[in-house]
Ligand binder design. Structure first.
Ligand SMILES: Nc1nc2c(ncn2[C@@H]2O[C@H](COP(=O)(O)OP(=O)(O)OP(=O)(O)O)[C@@H](O)[C@H]2O)c(=O)[nH]1
Ligand SMILES: [Mg+2]
Length: 416
């Protein structure tokens, strides 16, 4: 079964714990802290593998996690970094998570990190400061990110064949390319998209999707969901059966495409009437019902002309717009600190801010002023104000409690 959507629950590795080891040797006085840092947790990465054509494997294996970082150890030994987990996705996979779009992975090797590993905790050797030369504790590792990731495949093809069921789309794909899709005399033979490569020079990729019927936009037949696989196509080919009522069929199909996406309805397009071999004598060779070309997928009549015409259209469309590029939404790193209100008190937690406070000598007014400037620059003051902190409220950072005095008032305070 062709699967073109999947939901994943990804979890990156957590960072390893720092070590709180104190150096010791037999018959020697106890030495200083020598606990090493924990290793970083592994990321979860999605990467395009051109050999892959759908999301079936991932849909069946939705829970994916990367490796944990190893713990730090005595002698300042660093923990091992957790193993990165690389998941293969087909070309054209669109990635979203709870926060919105994440990436559009087009082209072999395009990749994105969907969950970042946690940083390793610092060991007591790294935590030693002039104020605390022998810390007896170390940091735990940071947890890895966890996300719910929605994947949606949008095939990357240059030309998309759309038409009513049984119009002859798959037959045309088989005539133009080496693809061998299933062909049969009943409607809805094609249940999932097929891709083929046409032409030697000026190669282009053709996608054949399941047929549309009137009311597809209301979910009739197989509905419109397969149209997303032609949404990237530079050129659409409306395929109509020349032996039926090509003008009426064309109107139906165009109407459904427009209901799906007006932009797609305005895409560069050709109308091709097929099954020309079935037309009685004189009509053969004449475009039927407003078609640009009359061909026969069965005998191959007109197929070479169609291929040349399409090569030209694709080349023109490529010249007008650059090929699709992968995009990856760059998100800022995780918030360096959090602000939490507890009654009249505000707690600021975060590795960086806690370290600045721990390392500053609060007896030294210059260092206090420096610390304050750093906190303001990092946005701590603004976030406290947003959280409702007012002058005089207590703010706890690490093990130290401060009084909240917004910066504009500090100058006055100094002079007073
Ligand atoms: N004589 C003749 N028969 C054709 C031609 N093209 C398609 N057919 C026949 O029409 C029927 C439908 O062809 P398909 O290519 O499966 O049509 P389709 O548009 O892919 O149909 P769905 O996948 O069901 O949407 C088959 O029996 C084909 O053999 C043609 O040019 N000439
Ligand atoms: Mg078909």
């Amino acid at each position: 079964m062709f699967v073109d959507t999947a939901t994943l629950f990804v979890r990156a590795g957590s960072g390893g714990a720092g070590s709180a080891h104190l150096h010791s040797e037999p018959f020697k006085p106890r030495g200083g802290p020598d606990g090493g840092d924990g290793g970083g947790g592994g990321d979860v990465v999605l990467r395009v593998d051109p050999e892959l054509f759908d999301l079936a494997w991932l849909a069946d294996h939705p829970h994916q996690r990367a490796g944990k970082g190893g713990a730090g150890a005595r002698n300042r030994r660093h923990g091992a970094d957790g193993e990165e987990l690389v998941l293969a996705v087909p070309d054209g996979t669109v990635v979203r998570d709870e926060r919105g779009p994440v990436a559009d992975l087009v082209g072999p090797g395009a990749s994105v990190v969907v969950a970042r590993g946690g940083r390793g905790g610092r060991g007591n050797a790294s935590l030693a400061t002039p104020r605390n030369r022998t810390p007896r504790t170390a940091e735990p590792g940071e947890p890895g990110e966890e996300h719910r990731v929605e994947l949606e495949l949008r095939l990357v093809a240059d030309v998309g064949l759309v038409g009513l069921p049984n119009a002859g789309k798959s037959t045309l794909l088989a005539a133009m390319t080496a693809a061998r899709p299933k062909i049969a005399e009943y409607p809805f033979t094609t249940l999932s998209p097929n891709l083929g490569v046409a032409g030697d020079e000026g190669r282009f990729v053709v996608a054949d999707v399941p047929g549309l019927i009137e009311g597809a936009h209301e979910g009739r037949g197989l509905g419109l969901t397969f149209l997303r696989h032609v949404s990237r196509c530079r050129v659409l080919v409306y395929v109509v059966d020349a032996t039926g009522d090509p003008a009426a069929d064309l109107a139906t199909v165009r109407g459904e495409v427009a209901a799906y996406d007006p932009e797609l309805a305005g895409r560069r397009a050709l109308v091709v009437a097929t099954k020309a071999d079935l037309l009685a004598g004189p009509a053969a060779g004449l475009p039927a019902g407003g078609a640009d070309l009359l061909v026969s997928g069965a005998t191959g009549d007109g197929v070479e002309a169609l291929r040349e015409r399409l090569a030209g259209e694709v080349a023109a469309a490529r010249a007008a717009a650059p090929p699709p590029q992968p995009f990856v939404v760059v998100r800022p790193g995780r918030d360096p600190f959090t602000v939490r209100r507890e009654g009249e008190r505000f707690h600021v937690a975060g590795r960086g801010v806690e370290r600045w406070v721990a390392e500053a000598d609060l007896e030294d007014p210059r260092q206090v002023a420096d610390l304050q400037r750093r906190l303001v620059r990092a946005g701590v003051e603004r976030r406290l104000a947003e959280a409702g902190a007012r002058r005089g409220d207590e703010v706890v950072i690490g093990t130290t409690t401060f009084e909240f005095i917004p910066e504009e008032e500090i100058g006055d305070g100094d002079q007073a």
